[in-house]
Design a protein around this ligand. Structure first.
Ligand code: GUN
Length: 292
C-alpha cells in the first residue's frame, strides 16, 4: 500500500508557485491578490480561512481577510463583493461557505465576477468546466485530479466511483474525471445516500472517491483488493484521548481499507492541503489572465 502524501505534494506545488510569483513580480512589479470574505464565527471556517491566508503569505500572494459579523445582511455582503469585483488589486475573490441563514449563498456566488471566481462555484465557471473549456476548476476536485496525476495514477478507462453528489465535490469531480482529457477519461459512477446498498457500487471501483461527509463510512468489505482510495471527508469527531478533545477523520475507515488498497490518502494530510494549493494556483491563473 502506498500512502498518497497530499501534504508533500501541496508543499511541492507551493514551492513551484512561489518561484513563479517572484518571476511575475520582477516582470510586472505586481503580485496576485486574493480576498477571502468570512461572515460570522463558524470555528471550522475560521481555521480554513486562517490556513488559506497563511499559505498565500508563504508563496507571495497578497491576501486579505475581510471579517464580517454574523448579522451581516445580504445587501452588505453584496456590496463587499461588488467592491472587490471592481478593485484591480484583487484577482481572486473567495466567500467562505457556509453563510449565515439570512444570506442566500446562490445570490452571493452569482454576484462574484466569473473572472475572479477562483473557487470555481459560479454557474458560468461550472458551465465552462462541464463543457471542457479552460476555466477555474473548483479547488477540491482539482486537488483530487492533481494528486492522481502526481502519483502517475491515470484514471483513463478506469472505473471511478464517487460517493457523494455535492456541488462542491461529488458533482464537479465526476464531470472532471469523465472528460476526454489527460488524467481524466474515466468511466464514472456517482452514488449517494439514495442507494439501497452502496457497496454494490463501491466494490466495482478501481478508484474510489469518498465525499459524503460520514466519518469512517467506507469499510474494507465495501472495496476490492487493489483499489485506489481518495478520501475527501474532513469530519471532526469527539475523542477524549486527544488534547483538544476532538480529532479529524475522513469518510474512509483508514485502518481497515488501507489493508486492501493499493494507494490511499490519509486524513488529515491527503486531499485537505491540496484544496489550498489549488486555490493558490487559481489565484495565480487569475492574475496572469486578467491582472497583468
Ligand atoms: N467551505 C468549505 N469548503 C469551501 C471551499 O472550498 N470554498 C469556500 N468558499 N467555502 C468552503
Amino acid at each position: 500500500m502506498i500512502l498518497i502524501d497530499g501534504k508533500k505534494v501541496s508543499a511541492d506545488i507551493k514551492a513551484e508557485l512561489k518561484i513563479e510569483i517572484e518571476e511575475l513580480r520582477l516582470k510586472t512589479g505586481k503580485v496576485p491578490g486574493l480576498v477571502v470574505i468570512i461572515v460570522g464565527d463558524n470555528p471550522a471556517s475560521e481555521v480554513y480561512v486562517r490556513n488559506k491566508h497563511k499559505s498565500c503569505v508563504e508563496v507571495g500572494i497578497n491576501s486579505i481577510v475581510v471579517e464580517m459579523p454574523a448579522e451581516t445582511t445580504q445587501e452588505q455582503l453584496l456590496e463587499q463583493v461588488k467592491y472587490f469585483n471592481e478593485n484591480p488589486d484583487f484577482h481572486g475573490i473567495l466567500v467562505q461557505l457556509p453563510l449565515p441563514k439570512q444570506i442566500n449563498e446562490d445570490v452571493i456566488i452569482r454576484a462574484i465576477d466569473p473572472i475572479k471566481d477562483v473557487d470555481g462555484f459560479h454557474p458560468t465557471t461550472v458551465g465552462e468546466m462541464v463543457t471542457g473549456n479552460p476555466t477555474y476548476v473548483s479547488c477540491t476536485p482539482a486537488g483530487v485530479v492533481e494528486l492522481l496525476a502526481r502519483y502517475d495514477i491515470d484514471p483513463a478507462g478506469k472505473h471511478v466511483v464517487i460517493v457523494g453528489r455535492s456541488n462542491i465535490v461529488g458533482k464537479p469531480a465526476a464531470l472532471l474525471l469523465m472528460q476526454k482529457k489527460k488524467f481524466a477519461n474515466a468511466i464514472v459512477t456517482v452514488c449517494h445516500s439514495a442507494a439501497k446498498d452502496i457497496s454494490v457500487y463501491t466494490k466495482q471501483a478501481d478508484i474510489l472517491v469518498a465525499a459524503m461527509g460520514v466519518p469512517g463510512f467506507i469499510k474494507k468489505e465495501m472495496v476490492k483488493e487493489g483499489v485506489v482510495v481518495i478520501d475527501v471527508g474532513t469530519n471532526r469527531i469527539y475523542d477524549p484521548t486527544t488534547k483538544s478533545g476532538t480529532r479529524l477523520v475522513g469518510d474512509v475507515d483508514f485502518e481497515g481499507v488501507s489493508q486492501v488498497a493499493s494507494y490511499i490518502t490519509p486524513v488529515p494530510g491527503g486531499v485537505g492541503p491540496m484544496t489550498i494549493a489549488m486555490l493558490l494556483k487559481n489565484t495565480v491563473k487569475a492574475f496572469k489572465e486578467h491582472g497583468m
